[in-house]
Design a protein around this ligand. Structure first.
Ligand SMILES: [Zn+2]
Length: 94
C-alpha cells in the first residue's frame, strides 16, 4: 500500500487492461502516445466505481471480484468505449 494508506485499486486494474488492449491487434491503428493512453485511463475511471483498499488483503479481494468473467467484460466494455472516444477526439499535440 502507498504511504497515504489507501488506494483506488481500479486505477491499477484499468491501467493494465488499457495497456493490454492497446497492444492487441484490434487497436493497431489507435494512437499509443502517453497523452492518449492517460486520457483513455482517466475517461474509463470516470465511468467506473472506485474500489478503495487499505490493506493488501482488501486489494486482493477487489482483484478477485474483478477477475470474474462478467465483471471483466463489464470493465472492458467501458474501456473500449473510452478508447473509441479518445481515438476520435485525440487531445495530443500535433
Ligand atoms: Zn496520442
Amino acid at each position: 500500500m502507498e504511504t497515504r494508506g489507501y488506494k483506488n485499486i481500479m486505477e491499477e486494474i484499468v491501467e493494465v487492461l488499457v495497456v493490454t488492449l492497446l497492444a492487441g491487434p484490434e487497436y493497431q491503428t489507435f494512437c499509443k502516445c502517453k497523452k492518449c493512453r492517460n486520457d483513455v485511463i482517466a475517461l474509463s475511471l470516470n465511468s467506473l466505481p472506485p474500489q478503495y483498499a487499505t490493506t493488501q488483503e482488501n486489494r486482493q479481494r477487489v482483484y478477485e471480484s474483478y477477475n470474474q468473467p462478467s465483471m471483466r467484460k463489464w470493465v472492458n466494455k467501458r474501456i473500449i468505449s473510452s478508447l473509441h472516444i479518445v481515438n476520435k477526439y485525440p487531445q495530443h499535440k500535433g
